[in-house]
Design a protein around this ligand. Structure first.
Ligand code: HEC
Length: 162
């Protein structure tokens, strides 16, 4: 019992002596400054929110389209998987978007996955059309209906089927 009290007092003493979170600057030329919390705050700002995730999603959407046109099924599957991860990260950062994303995550992505796994271009093209509709339907739900996406017309990426 006495040992317990001594340990408690000692712990309290050590806690009292612990220095406050120091404000230091790190990074090139010390661009990242403030307390640890302030630094994390700055870093999370740099990660960006949902729009940042969408820039990646749209790149992968375009690449997945050309992968399907090339019947490069492994590349198509890869792009869809990475797209899903980008969406998951975006939703972790902006959970307010999660409800509108539910159908896309739980139904639309698995259906696209199935179409790619069938390695059949007709299935792919059909699934891609529905996939696109669902991108736009989420935009409508999230009050950004002015962002309408559609299959790309020109190829900009450098990945080709060999
Ligand atoms: C959760 C619903 C949701 C889904 C699903 C979704 N989006 Fe978005 N998208 C948004 C929101 C919300 C924004 C606006 C972001 C903001 O305001 O921060 C956006 C923005 C965008 C932008 C503009 C990005 C920019 O800032 O330049 C593009 C392009 C885009 N989405 C493409 C897509 C594509 C392609 C798909 C389907 C593969 C898709 N989105 C699926 C909600 C969604």
């Amino acid at each position: 019992m006495r040992l317990g009290i001594i340990t408690f007092i000692l712990a309290l003493f050590i806690w009292q002596c612990a220095p406050a979170d120091p404000s230091t600057s790190v990074g090139r030329d010390g661009w990242l400054s403030g307390t640890t919390d302030e630094k994390f705050e700055t870093v999370t700002d740099h990660f960006g929110g949902f729009a940042r995730a969408m820039v990646e999603v749209q790149y992968r959407y375009v690449e997945m389209f050309w992968a399907g046109e090339d019947e490069n099924w492994d590349y198509a599957a890869y792009q869809l998987e990475e797209m899903e991860e980008a969406l998951e990260d975006g939703l972790q950062r902006r959970p307010a978007r999660a409800q509108s994303a539910q159908h896309f995550m739980n139904v639309v992505i698995p259906e696209m996955e199935e179409a790619i796994a069938s390695r059949n271009k007709e299935n792919f093209d059909q699934a891609f059309e529905l996939f696109t509709l669902q991108c736009n339907s989420c935009h409508a739900m999230e009050q950004v209906a002015f962002i309408q996406v559609g299959p790309p017309e020109k190829r900009l990426g450098s990945v080709r089927l060999r």
